[in-house]
Design a protein around this ligand. Structure first.
Ligand code: PYC
Length: 325
């Protein structure tokens, strides 16, 4: 403990204070950095994401990793938008790196901006690193995200897993790259999470081993498994996120990727509501329309703000920048 007033002042000057607002969307947490974060410049969100990735990785870890967070957390740096017609810019990240889009995080961002009094219910545009998305905020914490154009890139890809199983699945883009497995043998329920994580990790390893990527060379770092849902949802999913945690929400970008596959197969008609339930039971409603050969998904879910806080980054704290192993 500092003993003199001068020592106390010096210590306080060394502390970095970061103001955050936490919310959860169907059980999946989002931590939005409101102030005290790094200056990422004035470029578009793709260039700010690159700066954040290259120069502020330790800050990322400090915000979402233990001891302040944990593997399941998604964070976002709230940015000044580049255009007057957009409400905000956002750079998403998680426990291991930066993210492209994040559906549950955008729903969380919408209720956070409303909580701050920065947006009113209605329509708003948000700039992300993979393009603009729009949000429609209702009074009751429900938010519809019109996501980036989504599409199936490859159908029925065969994978031989290290565990010996052979699995088939589609590769689709919904703002992140997904492998959507067809594996009727798995029980997609909470009590099977360890087995689901094991299979999903084996799928991810096999994709890397076989050099299978998205059509832009991007890593397929989200793995999605499906099973029967509780009525009235149409499907229950299990989504393994890049950092090894599973999504507690039905995953907005994963639901977009699934909808793109279902619409490509003619199993869901444009404008029809399709409900995706998460492994913990929360539900997103999805509907899409075609734009050329892409699906424009609308994903609706609810989020709740649950914490306003100031994180303290103390250079004398041995775990100040998070536990990374
Ligand atoms: O909702 O898109 C999503 C998402 C991605 C990773 C975790 N949630």
């Amino acid at each position: 403990m500092p003993e003199t007033p001068q020592q106390q002042v010096t210590l306080k000057m060394k502390l970095q204070r970061v103001n955050v607002i936490d919310s959860h969307t169907g059980g999946e947490p989002t931590r939005i950095v409101i102030s005290g974060g790094p200056d990422l410049g004035k470029g578009d969100m793709a260039s700010r994401r690159k700066i954040f990735q290259n120069e502020y990785d330790r800050f990322r870890s400090a915000i979402v990793n233990e001891p302040r967070g944990g593997d399941v957390w998604v964070g976002g740096i709230l940015c000044e938008p580049t255009r007057t017609e957009t409400a905000a810019g956002i750079v998403f990240f998680n426990n291991v790196g930066v993210l492209n889009m994040c559906g549950h995080g955008t729903i969380g961002l919408a209720v956070t901006l409303h909580h701050l009094g920065r947006i009113a219910p209605g329509n708003h545009l948000i700039e992300t690193s993979v393009g603009d998305v729009s949000i429609y905020l209702q009074e009751n914490n429900r938010v519809t995200v019109t996501n980036v154009p989504s599409y199936r890139y490859r159908q029925c890809v065969k994978l031989k897993l290290d565990g010996g199983d052979t699995i088939y699945g589609d590769i689709a883009w919904g703002g992140n790259w997904f492998f959507l497995a067809q594996d009727p043998q798995q029980h997609v329920t909470v009590d099977h999470i360890p087995r689901l994580s094991e299979i999903a990790n084996q799928i991810r390893t096999a994709l890397i081993r076989d050099g299978i990527t998205g059509d832009d060379g991007g890593e397929i770092d989200h793995i999605e498994l499906f099973g029967p849902a509780d009525d009235p949802a149409d499907s229950r999913n299990f989504v393994l996120c890049p950092g090894g945690a599973y999504d507690r929400s039905p995953c907005g970008t994963g639901t977009s990727a699934k909808l793109a596959c279902l619409m490509a197969d003619g199993k869901v008609a444009p404008g029809t509501t399709w409900r995706q339930q998460s492994i913990v039971g929360s539900v997103f409603e999805a509907e899409g329309k075609w734009h050329q050969d892409r699906v424009i998904p609308k994903i609706t879910g609810s989020a709740h703000v649950n914490t306003e806080s100031t994180l303290i980054l103390d250079p004398e704290d041995p775990f100040c920048m998070g536990i990374t192993s």
